[in-house]
Design a protein around this ligand. Sequence first.
Ligand SMILES: [Cu+2]
Length: 491
Amino acid sequence: MTDVPEKPSAPSAPGATSAPGAPSVPGASKAAGALPARALDRRGALLGVATAGAAAVVGTAIHAWDGASQGGATGSARTTEVTVTVEGMRFVPDTIDVAGGNRLVITLENTGDQVHDLVLAGGATTGRVAAGASARVDAGVITGPVEGWCSIAGHRAQGMVLRITADGQATGTAQSSQAATGHGAHGSASDGPSATPNLEAPLPDGFTPFDAVLAPAPAGTVHQHTFTVTEVPGAYVGAGVTQTRWTFNGTAPGPVLRGKVGDAFEITLVNNGSMSHSIDFHAGIVSPDAVMRSINPGESLVYSFTAEHAGIWLYHCSTAPMSVHLASGMHGVVIIDPDGLDAVDREYVLIQSEIYLGPEGGQADAAKVSAKTPDLMCFNGVAFQYALQPLQARAGERVRFWVMDAGPSLPTSFHVVGLQFDTVFFEGAYQLGGPDGVGRSWRGGSQALGLQPAQGGFVEAVVPAAGSYAVVTHAFADMDKGAKAILKTSD
Ligand SMILES: [Cu+2]
């Protein structure tokens, strides 16, 4: 940071120019008037010492507006220019101290690997800044503490906060969104209170559940798909609430892919969102650096892999904070059938995930994501959707459920009320059943498939008679939040 000299006779800062004819900044006179000659010394001290937690401030002053030179008034205001860069999830510097009464203009140079912005309390913003780009924001005249942050969901909670002080006074009534809105450091400046879920809410008119029916693997050994990332406003998440969901191809979860061991997958990822996104396919064994990189809006990449092993594999956005991207809907599965997989009467795929509600229609609450305190739990992205519009079967049928715990952070204990599983395939191996008939000789059975985040498998059971079989996580608090389906079975 460099301030211009208070008077033309003072030593010049490098790059500084004086513009005595420029108008003074309205509102600056009082604070500037309180700046006697000692201000220079004080500013020098401020410039010379980086306080704990604050990186050295680097910048160039390019304008000087000195109202005092316009006829000897006590008022004076200068413009302080500061360049802020990005390292991971931090602004560098993350603390800026200016002489009280100075105008502050910040240039955000996005040296990070994904889109960021800088929003200041009061609403001034750089707007979204792509990785490698830069933008300026006028913070106005600084007379007291002002807080800034990156408004992309999760970034502020991860530490992208900028603290601006005047004359080193960090205490006092900070202009922050906390003061403005009375709640914590959530995703964006426009946050309001979280939506309140109504666990008894019916499905909205015209709502179509995510299709849980699993189609057979398509013929052919090469699977080419385009995954277009979009941020979808007004997406129903259950319990009477809509959120802005971040999606692959418009749905959360994204497309269900299915193939066989040895198949090749070529996915073109297109980012049509407003921030950086990426993708990580667990189904492939790859060097992650290039294919899992974050791409700016408008960019694309091609991600190729060969399915070498059987299982139900998670894919997800891997842009930080991944927990927020995943919880916002950016997840899905690739199913690779094990050799010798028998046909069954019905196959369903159920992906459990957590929903951390922001305001109605808003984005996920990053603080809740971090605390692992979801409001809703889902099978296939919407709480209770298959409880209200049940899955179907007929008595005597063998039903296979492919199950993935997408998290981002909580496990599942997958259970069907009234049934026992005679076939369990967990993370690449049969625990029961399969071609070798594991457990048959000792009449083994299973009541629940336990999965940590990113684990998956399938279970099978024969439905003995007509009825309504609840399909749940046996972590019942999570069932109560929406991880519940009904398998409606008719004769
Ligand atoms: Cu993403």
